[in-house]
Design a protein around this ligand. Structure first.
Ligand SMILES: [Zn+2]
Length: 258
């Protein structure tokens, strides 16, 4: 019987890698803060490469040298990084690059699923210096994977089964948009606002959440939107708070760089 949500929050906060490896949907909806760190229960974990394995909380917390390298937090990665030497005369192929769970599936449009983040060659680059600044500050503050620029959706959006948020955070399934009216005052207004709303609906239908940073006269159009006039550390603090509202403080803090 799991304890109330939050009971063991402080115990788990010291293990950000484990917070990220634990997914409630692999564990009958139970969150890590409901499980005593010493509990003799088998939990399902998924490493950053995508290996799914079973281990008790104790086994996970006591993996040798766990603080130094990510790979040692996953038994399958650990074995790949240090394979048993059966024929030491053969050159060992380099270990596979630590790509994300289903990057190969995502690279192939025919196997992509709605909600998959991927790299789209047709997506436009950063629209402004402010957007690039926002991305850089996110990367400095959080250990997020910022290598994607598109999210697959179930129904065509402007004839494509993909949308292109300004910033794609697959770790949290959150898209961030930085909206200004642009040099000519014509962006995100009028009929363009309706296409912004359609884009947000397409993302939410794929179980993503959207945070729009709305600048100048642009008013919020979604429940988590923030109004701002520039990219500042104050805005980054507000964005951090909003990410925590959307996905939970424990998981968001586990990505903070220390
Ligand atoms: Zn692994």
């Amino acid at each position: 019987m799991p304890y109330p949500v939050g009971t063991y929050r402080a115990d788990w906060e010291r293990y950000p890698v484990l917070i990220r490896q634990f997914h409630p949907d692999l564990n009958r909806g139970i969150t890590l803060t409901q499980i005593p760190p010493a509990a003799e229960v088998f939990l399902v974990w998924q490493c950053e490469v995508g290996h799914v394995f079973v281990a008790t909380p104790d086994e996970q917390r006591n993996r040798p040298g766990g603080r130094r390298r990510r790979s040692v937090w996953c038994p399958i990665c650990a074995q790949q990084a240090n394979p048993p030497r059966i024929r030491p005369t053969l050159p060992t192929p380099p270990p596979p690059r630590a790509t994300r769970a289903s990057r190969r599936r995502r690279d192939d449009p025919s196997t992509r699923l709605p909600g998959d983040a991927f790299w789209s060659a047709v997506a436009p680059g950063p629209a402004s210096a402010a957007e690039a600044d926002l991305r850089q500050r996110l990367g400095l503050r959080f250990d997020f994977d910022l290598s994607f620029n598109a999210v697959a959706v179930a129904r065509p959006f402007f004839d494509r089964l993909e949308v292109w948020p300004d910033i794609v955070l697959p770790d949290l399934r959150v898209a961030i948009e930085y909206d200004t009216v642009g040099r000519h005052g014509l962006e995100h207004v009028g009929s363009k606002e309706e296409s912004d709303r359609r884009k947000d609906r397409a993302l939410r239908a794929a179980r993503w959440e959207v945070i729009r940073i709305r600048c100048g006269k642009l008013l919020p159009i979604g429940p988590y939107d923030l109004h701002a006039s520039a990219v500042t550390e104050r805005l980054m603090d507000r964005l951090t708070t909003t990410l925590a509202e959307v996905r939970g403080e424990l998981i968001v803090r586990s990505y903070l760089r220390r």
